[in-house]
Each structure stands twice: as structure tokens, then as C-alpha cells.
Design a protein around this ligand. Sequence first.
Ligand SMILES: [Zn+2]
Ligand SMILES: [Zn+2]
Length: 358
Amino acid sequence: MVVQYKCPDCGADMAFDSTTGTLHCDSCGKNMNIEEMDSSRANGKESHTYKNNQEESGEAHNHQEEVNEYQCNNCGAVLITDKDTTATTCSFCGAAVVLSDRLSGSFAPSLVIPFSINKAQAQDAFKKWCKKGRLTPKGFMSASRIKSITGIYVPFWLYDLNGLGTANATCTKVRSYERGDYIYTETDYFDVHRKVSLNYLKVPTDASEKMDDKMMDKLEPYHYQDLKGFQMPYLAGYLAEKYNYNDNDLFHRVESRVQQYVDNYISQTIYGYATTAYHFKDINIRKLKAEYALFPVWMVCYDYKQSEHTFAMNGQTGKIVGKPPLSAGKIAAWFTGISAAAFLIIKIIAILSGGPIL
Ligand SMILES: [Zn+2]
Ligand SMILES: [Zn+2]
């Protein structure tokens, strides 16, 4: 089912506005508070024409896999979508379109962090970030090379986890002192036991096949004070994807991450010893809950020397990740600069310590 938002005052297309956090009409300026919208209206169950070739059935679950062709309610154009797309814009009339059947059943997100950085701000921030890259080739910084900048809601799982850690270690304290002609070393041995139970809430992992895991991890942190109960209008005007991996598929990723946290915590509680030798350590991570959430990401495609570079920006905080190409010439110049400076310092020291000059 295709959901589109029409302005109740003037009938124009509405889209989510990251500055006000509302559903906004560009033509008359009307803003609608999404949290106050009645959910049948927000999620398009009301009067919209139903234009795909499937009958609506209780099994939202099964039928969502089968629908692949959607039509724009505005202009009738066929919407070109990837199988994982859940929100897009009509390439003919530009209207924001949400595909509600791909956001239902087990694919219904429970939480969302809405975009708070708009396209113009994202573009400006990216230009500024480019200028800082002193080692990139000349001409790379030109903002005109930005090929596309796309706001995407990326699917994430947020895990609540419990980490149970047990460790036994032998630790030592060493004291040495001199008496007469002898140096004495005294070693005390301690049996150290630790048992900890730690809860971690909402540990995120991206669940999209298309997104590079490392890049997504680096976009963290997301601030959870902006987490909202999911409503479809937040997606209006953006691209959105559904998950390719369920929470069980990705558990091993958060498991190893949180194992590390518990391990570090145990190490931090054992201090004041000269040596620590573990002879037993067991860390067990248990899933308490996993919630499906959508997080905002700006993807920037950048053209340089016939190849494309991709950068990602956290759509909530503006943090940018990605690797610009390095210029060999500039790196050489940079190192020459450094060695010249180092040489200068050595010379000054030589002069200061050389008596005759004073
Ligand atoms: Zn309007
Ligand atoms: Zn259209």
C-alpha cells in the first residue's frame, strides 16, 4: 500500500521537516505535529486509493514479500523501488511516498530517530569537512563534485543485554628493600575472584545488507533522547530501507562487542597489583530484548577521477565518516615540512648547549 501525505489546507504534498520535526507543507507553510496525528491517518489506513495488485489481507507478513510494483497516487507513475525500500520519492512528480505494507507485521519498526540535520546543513557540513583534509589532492575539495546526497533511514536492531562475567586470578604485590649487602624481594600472592552482572540497554547494530558495517559503527553515537515511537510520516521525503538480517542473525556482533565491555569492566575492578594472571574467565551474554529502529544517515556520493567515493553522515549529530583519497604529492610535502622543523629544533638545542657562542 502506498501512503502519501496531502496538506489538509491546500492539498499539496507534505514531507517531514527536520528543522521543526513536523510534517510540513512547502506550498502553504502548514506544519502538523506527528505525535499528535491520529495513527490511522498517519499510517494511511484511511481514504487512500489502494493501487497495487494484491488484496489487503490480515497476513501483512506474507503478502509484503510479494508486492513489487507500486504506483504514485499523485501522478500514476510506476514507482521504481528496490525490494528493500520502504520510503522513497516519486521520480516523476517528486511526491514523498511511504510503502506501508513493507513496514507492517514483523517489519514494523518500533522506534525511530528522526532527521535533525537537513540537506542544506548536511551539504555545508560536508564542504567544511572537506576543507580540513589537508592531505587530499588539489581539486578534490570542490563541492561541485558532490554527485548526490541522500537522506536514508537505515534499519538497526537495538539490543538490551545482560552480561554475566566470572573471573579467578592470582595477583601479586612485590616489595623490595635493601639490608646490608643484600636486596630482598618480597612477593605476596592474592587469590582474586570477580563475579559481575551488567545490563546494557539499546546497543545498536545496523541490519541492512547494503550498508558497510564498519562505516555504520563509526557513525555512533546516536543520542537516544530523540528516540520516538515509530510513525510513518517521519519517513516522508526520505529514503528508507527494511532490515535484511533479523535480531538473531546479528546477535554475534553485539555479543562480541559487549563481551569486550564486560571484560574491560572486570579488569578495571582488579587494580593495585604488580601482576595479574587469570586462570579462569567466563563471560556470558544474554539477549533480554531486541527492538527494530530506524536511524537517520546522509549518504554523500562524491566523484573524483572517474571513481565514486562514499561518505556517510550521522543525520542526528552531523558526524562524518569515510576516507578521502590521499595525494602522494601533498603527503611528501607534509613530511618534508616536518623534517625541516625537526632539524630546526635540533639546531637550536645545539646552539643553546654549545658554550662558546654565549
Ligand atoms: Zn498546504
Ligand atoms: Zn508521482
